[in-house]
Write a protein that binds this ligand. Sequence first.
Ligand SMILES: NC(=O)N[C@@H](CC(=O)O)C(=O)O
Ligand SMILES: [Zn+2]
Length: 429
Amino acid sequence: MSVWILNGLVWNEEAGTLVKQHVRTEGGNIAEIVDGSQQPDTAGSEVIDAAGKLVSAGFIDMHVHLRDPGFEYKEDIATGTRSAAAGGFTTIACMPNTRPVTDTAETVKYILDKAANEGIVRVLPYAAITKNELGRELTDFAALKEAGAIGFTDDGVGVQNAQMMKNAMALAKSLDMPVIAHCEDDSLVEGAWASEGNFAKKHGLKGIPNESEAIHVGRDALLAEATGVHYHVCHVSTEQSVRLIRLAKSIGVSITAEVCPHHLVLSDEDIPGLDDANWKMNPPLRTPRDVQAVIEGLEDGTIDIVVTDHAPHSAEEKARGPQLAPFGIVGFETAFPLLYTKFVRTGQWTLGFLLKRMTSDPARVFNLPTGRLEVGAPADLTIVDLENEREVRPETFASKSNNTPFGGWKLYGWPTATVVNGKLVWTKA
Ligand SMILES: NC(=O)N[C@@H](CC(=O)O)C(=O)O
Ligand SMILES: [Zn+2]
């Protein structure tokens, strides 16, 4: 099966601009990329018209919650992968805080089988570091790797015990697997939901201090140095974490890191009040100073990649209000438009920089074959309308959940079609 994507705009790094090109896929790979001035012979091929639209390697999201098995009322593999495709994502890596926790080969296989049967993008499962994510006993890393897990993480909670984390890293290293960490010291958090900043002060709330995250980043950087494992920091949100990762990188520790769109575009001072739990996520929105630090971290390469931390929760759960509702916001369907509008259209970043952090950088960090728009690479492609402004309408999301603080925002950069393995899997209705 051959598909021509005609007249699209492809980012050209040398020229620093978009260039009109035609892209042909064949048998799941990119077969040809030709200059837009040519008239390719499309006889016998399927044709997708991308005139005036960006054609990029498909976006890769290395931190998502698909809630399947166990919490299918929030999301499942069918709806989660559709929401991903609607956001332009063609590969997603799902977190193990499912029910049961993804801590056995059986559950890893369940996810991979269901993704193969009902999913429309590539799904890469993480497995838990500890059984039931309780921090007490390591899972069977060798069996989980054998079943298809791509890394180990207890995301949702931090691994509280340093010796447990060190043992996990040593074992992961022996299997050539990465450890991915949700950095949070429970003893410093105790029931708070907002960060220690002006919002918490104004409302008399106990705050979550920056050290609760950074203390794990520092501890784990030392343990990664000692064990030599590839250590990846989840959803970096504080100035202190950025500083520690920068230092660790400078002395050659095998450390990489990610940041979420919401931590790049929102601070605690944007939270409108105490009524709406769609502003509650973990890590919490931090101070404007932290926002500046994570932006700079992403810009200078201290932070390697952008992830959404897509964390669907039901309307009922979020209606309990910020104190009682679970942490988390959905992210697939707003990620690229938010960052494109905030940083690219304003001229702070080139389009190439943003695309790199969402495609080839995650591929580099996690050794994936995708993430590059090149002849011979897997034909995972995203087509995006860069020119039309549209309002975020959570009620139209493909996700089962619509817990987002971005409803009503007017953004540019909406995906219009997504191709996975040479197959058109999603188009904007
Ligand atoms: N990020 C969140 O606020 N919530 C995540 C857990 C996590 O990634 O920490 C969830 O599973 O809901
Ligand atoms: Zn987390």
